[in-house]
Design a binder for this molecule. Structure first.
Ligand SMILES: Nc1ncnc2c1ncn2[C@@H]1O[C@H](COP(=O)(O)OP(=O)(O)O)[C@@H](O)[C@H]1O
Ligand SMILES: [Mg+2]
Length: 497
C-alpha cells in the first residue's frame, strides 16, 4: 500500500487509468517512430547510393579519353565540372591508389588505400561504396560551413579501363548528411505530433475514467449514507454491465437489510406486547386482591390460580423466545447423529398421550424404522409442537402421526380432524406470534411461537414443512428431513427461497 498523499492519487482508478493509457500510447508511439524513421532512412539512403553509384560508373566510362589524352589541365577541368553537377568531389587514382587528379585540388599525389579503392584494384569489383564519418571543412565539396563538423559521407568507386585493362580508379565522394538530417526532421515532427496525441489521450482518458468511475463514486456515497442513515438508501442504476450489476446487488442488499430491520422491529413490538399481556392481567388480579378489605379465601384462591396461570404463560413465552434466539445464534451448529425417527416420534407422542385422552381424542401412531442424521433434542421439539397443536386445535376426533421414508427424505406427518386453518392464514402460519384465533390460542396457553420454532429447526436440518388444511375438517402438517443434507444448511435454505 502506498502512503498518503501519493496513495490517494496513485490508488485512484482514475489516475491509474490515465497512467495506463498514457503508457500504452507513449510505448506505441516510440515503437512506431523508431520503425518509421529506420525504414524511411534506409529507403532514402539506398535511393541516393543507387543513383550516385550509377553516376560514378558512368563517369568512369566517360573519363577514359580524357585520361588517355595526357592533358592534366583538361582532366582537371573535366572532373571539376562533373564534381559540380554530381554534387560531390571527384578524384582520379592510378592503379597504385595514388591520386592523379582531385576536383578539390587537395590530395594530389596522396595514397588513398580505402576499402572501396581496394575492392576495385585487388578485388576486381565492378563498383563499390562505403560510408565514412568525415570532418567537413569550408573548402570541402565547395560547400560553405561555418565550422568543422563531423558528417556522414559516401565514397563510391569504379574502375577506369581501356579494352579490359585497368588504368585507374574513379573515387567520388558525396555527403549523405542531408538524408540523415531529413530523417531527424521527420522524427522531430513525429515527436511533436506524438506529444500532442499524448496530451489529448491523457485528457480523454481523464474524462473517460471519470465517466467510468462515476458509478463507483456514487456507490461509495450510498454506502457511506447507509452507514449513517441505516437503510432506505438506493443507487440509481442505469444501463447494463458490471457496474449496473454492482448497483443492483447493492440495492438488493439494502432492501434485505431494510426488511431485516422491519422484521426485527415487528418482532420486538410483538414480543413486548405478548409479554405485557400476562403482566397486565397479573397486575389487575393483584390489585383487586389488594383493594378488598376482607377478601373471601375462595376468591383469593381463584385469583392466585389465575395469577399462577399468567406466570406460566409468561414463562412459556420467555422459554420459546430464548429458544428462537438461540437457534438464530447457533444456526449452523447442529449436533447431528444418526437417529431412529420412528422411536423418537413414538416416545414424544406417548408423552403427550394424557393431553389427548383428557380431550377424548384418539391418538394413533404408524411408523416404519427410519434412521436420519438429526439433532434428536431439536427434532423432538418439532414433533412436540406439531402434535400439541393437533391436539389443541381439535375438539373431537383423532390425531394420526405417521413416520415413513421416501427416496431422499425421512417424512413424518401429523394429521388431525380439528378446526382447520383458513386458506389466507396458511401463508403466515410460520411467522412469529402469528395465531389464527388469538383468544383460543391464548386460552390454551399458546404463544404463537411454536410453528416458527418448528420451522426454524426443520430448515436448519435442510428440510421443510408443508401444510394442508380444510377449514372445519382438519389439517395435515408434513415434515421432510433429508437423509443426505447439504453440508451447508444455509446454502440449502437460500436455494429454497
Ligand atoms: N393443527 C392445527 N389446526 C388448526 N390450527 C392450527 C394448527 N396448528 C397451528 N394452528 C394455528 O396456527 C397458529 C400458530 O401455531 P403455533 O405457532 O404453534 O402457536 P400456538 O402457540 O398458538 O400454538 C395457532 O395459533 C393456530 O391458529
Ligand atoms: Mg403451538
Amino acid at each position: 500500500m502506498l502512503n498518503k498523499p501519493f496513495g490517494k492519487y496513485f490508488g485512484s482508478i482514475r489516475t491509474r487509468m490515465v497512467l495506463i493509457y498514457l503508457a500504452v500510447t507513449v510505448f506505441t508511439m516510440v515503437a512506431t517512430s523508431v520503425v518509421v524513421s529506420a525504414i524511411m532512412g534506409d529507403f532514402l539512403v539506398s535511393q541516393r547510393t543507387k543513383t550516385q553509384l550509377k553516376e560514378t560508373s558512368q563517369l568512369a566510362l566517360e573519363i577514359t579519353p580524357e585520361l588517355l589524352s595526357g592533358n592534366s589541365e583538361q582532366l582537371f577541368s573535366f572532373i571539376t565540372a562533373r564534381a559540380q553537377t554530381m554534387g560531390g568531389r571527384v578524384l582520379v587514382l592510378d592503379t597504385d591508389a595514388v591520386v592523379q587528379a582531385d576536383s578539390a585540388s587537395q590530395q594530389n599525389g596522396y595514397w588513398l588505400p580505402y576499402r572501396e579503392v581496394r575492392d576495385i584494384l585487388t578485388g576486381g569489383a565492378e563498383t563499390s561504396y562505403g560510408f565514412h564519418r568525415i570532418v567537413r571543412t569550408m573548402e570541402d565539396f565547395g560547400i560553405l560551413g561555418t565550422s568543422d563538423e563531423q558528417v556522414w559521407a559516401v565514397y563510391y568507386t569504379a574502375p577506369i579501363t581501356v579494352s579490359g585493362v585497368y588504368k585507374g580508379v574513379i573515387l567520388f565522394s558525396a555527403l549523405i548528411q542531408d538524408v540523415q538530417n531529413s530523417v531527424s526532421d521527420v522524427i522531430g515532427k513525429i515527436v511533436m505530433v506524438f506529444v500532442a496525441v499524448a496530451v489529448i489521450t491523457a485528457a480523454i482518458s481523464f474524462m473517460l475514467s471519470g465517466w467510468l468511475t462515476k458509478p463507483v463514486v456514487e456507490l461509495t456515497g450510498a454506502i457511506r449514507r447507509m452507514g449513517t442513515k441505516g437503510y432506505g438508501v438506493r443507487v440509481d442504476v442505469k444501463g447494463g454491465g458490471e457496474m449496473a450489476e454492482l448497483g443492483n446487488a447493492f440495492n438488493r442488499m439494502s432492501e434485505r437489510i431494510e426488511e431485516h430491520d422491519k422484521v426485527r422491529d415487528e418482532f420486538i413490538a410483538n414480543a413486548s406486547h405478548e409479554l405485557k399481556t400476562p403482566l397486565s392481567s397479573m397486575k389487575l388480579l393483584s390489585e383487586s386482591i389488594l383493594y378488598q378489605n376482607e377478601p373471601d379465601p375462595a376468591i383469593m384462591k381463584e385469583f392466585f390460580q389465575d395469577v399462577n396461570h399468567e406466570v406460566d404463560r409468561l414463562s412459556n413465552i420467555i422459554t420459546d423466545l430464548l429458544r428462537l434466539v438461540q437457534d438464530d445464534a447457533e444456526r449452523s451448529e447442529l449436533d447431528r447423529e444418526p437417529t431412529r425417527l420412528d422411536t423418537l416420534v413414538l416416545r414424544t407422542v406417548n408423552r403427550l398421550r394424557p393431553l389427548a385422552s383428557k380431550k377424548g381424542i384418539l391418538l394413533q401412531v404408524r411408523t416404519e424404522p427410519v434412521v436420519v442424521p438429526v439433532e434428536p433434542m431439536r427434532i423432538e421439539q418439532v414433533v412436540t409442537n406439531l402434535v400439541e397443536n393437533a391436539i389443541k386445535y381439535t375438539d373431537a376426533g383423532s390425531v394420526i402421526v405417521h413416520v415413513s421414508q421416501e427416496q431422499t427424505d425421512a417424512v413424518f406427518s401429523v394429521k388431525d380432524t380439528g378446526i382447520g386453518i383458513p386458506q389466507e392464514a396458511l401463508l403466515h402460519l410460520f411467522e412469529r406470534f402469528y395465531r389464527v384465533d388469538k383468544a383460543r390460542s391464548r386460552g390454551t396457553g399458546g404463544t404463537g411461537l411454536g410453528l416458527a420454532i418448528a420451522n426454524k429447526i426443520v430448515t436448519m436440518h435442510g428440510g421443510y414443512i408443508e401444510v394442508e388444511s380444510v377449514l372445519g375438517k382438519g389439517s395435515v402438517f408434513t415434515v421432510r428431513l433429508p437423509f443426505a443434507p447439504i453440508c451447508d444448511d444455509e446454502a440449502r435454505r437460500e436455494k429454497r427461497q
